[in-house]
Write a protein of this length. Structure first.
Length: 273
């Protein structure tokens, strides 16, 4: 019986060793798609994404059809009309298209995915740290446009099936509705974005615009904030994130925690004989 117990415990140890090494802990914050209206369940390559969504074609949460619809003035995606206060200038519209592409296609928004309370999606993004240049260029290129609302997520008149300005509202210059770039980026989509002073290439802010030939800069940003979200404030101040560090440490931590139980199963104090 003793030999059988020792053999059983030894086999258990081998199984635990194999599981801890071969099956690294899943990272739910990285390379994920949110549970929303048009998103794929998992990110993956797309042969061809349309126009401004093309930078995400190697690993995307959107389909080619979604990327094409994102460029239309009146698309089936949300029946949203950019031209609710007259025709939106092309230099302004391209930022809203890029914003839509980031939202629909990016697999790097995991650290900011939050529960949504709407009928058409279960998840949304909240407080994504947007790079300073992306926010300021967006505001600069749209400041000559006019709008009737500060928050474009809700409060529209949908009587005709598309968004129209609410009764009694007036079309006003962008600079009145959004006096600063920060106001535009944070208020227009219910705090989906957060204005930051971090610059492109810093590894600390999400870029709406990037050159895919240089790789996707948002991958490292998502890794940093995923690590930051898991870490304690004290550790955050003193330790720099290292790729794969946590995954490497966990198997040995599991074994150390299970060692007393294994010793009880074998009836051994650590001697072999």
């Amino acid at each position: 019986v003793g030999l059988a117990a020792e053999m059983g415990a030894g086999q258990l140890l081998l199984v635990l060793l194999a599981a801890s090494v071969v099956m690294p802990a899943k990272e739910p914050l990285l390379n994920v798609c949110m549970d929303a209206k048009h998103h794929k369940t998992k990110p993956g390559p797309e042969g061809m994404l349309h126009g401004q969504c093309a930078p995400w074609k190697d690993n995307a949460c959107c389909t080619a059809n979604t990327s094409s619809e994102a460029h239309k003035d009146q698309s089936y995606l949300y029946s949203f009309n950019w031209n609710h206060c007259g025709v939106m200038p092309p230099k302004c519209k391209r930022h809203f298209i890029q914003d839509t592409c980031l939202y629909e296609c990016s697999p790097n928004l995991g650290p900011w995915i939050d529960q949504a309370d709407s009928s058409w999606r279960r998840e949304r993004i909240l407080n994504v740290p947007l790079c300073k240049e992306d926010c300021e260029e967006w505001w600069e290129d749209c400041k000559d446009y006019v709008t009737c609302k500060e928050n474009w997520h809700k409060g529209w008149n949908w009587a005709t099936g598309t968004n129209r300005c609410p009764w009694g509202s007036m079309c006003r210059p962008f600079t009145e509705v959004f006096p600063r770039p920060k106001d535009l980026c944070e208020k227009i989509w219910s705090n989906s974005y957060q204005y930051t002073t971090e610059r492109r290439g810093s590894g600390r802010c999400i870029q709406m615009w990037f050159d895919p030939a240089q790789g996707n800069p948002n991958v490292v940003v998502a890794k940093y904030y995923a690590w930051k979200k898991r870490s304690s404030p004290a550790r955050m101040e003193s330790v720099a994130p290292e790729a794969g560090r946590a995954a490497c440490a966990r198997p040995w931590l599991v074994l150390l925690l299970l060692l007393p139980a294994l010793m009880l199963l074998t009836g051994s104090s650590g001697s072999c004989g």
